[in-house]
Design a protein around this ligand. Sequence first.
Ligand SMILES: [Cu+2]
Length: 113
Amino acid sequence: MKTTITTLLCCFILSIVSFAQNKTETFKVYGNCNMCKGNIEGALKKKDGIISKKWDVDKKELTVTYDPNKITVKQIGQKVADAGYDNQYAIATDAKYNGLMKCCQYDRPKKDK
Ligand SMILES: [Cu+2]
């Protein structure tokens, strides 16, 4: 009986801990259209610790839920930048930006140079 209670308690605590592991952040990601949405969301993969992702085409904001043991929000920003999209945490290279479809070449935020 005691073992059962202990086991249940352990399961309970473990489920709380694993639930608390995931973090959700919303941050600015520049882009234009639904194709950008596909590119931005496509850059974020489950295997990297991404639980869910949604880029809002009107607000130009990405809401991402991730496992902080696997990835940081800065790394997420870098992945998005690697796909060609400037964001709050990282800036895309000119080559990546120029590689986007014409319709996707959003107005870039001012760069300090
Ligand atoms: Cu686009």
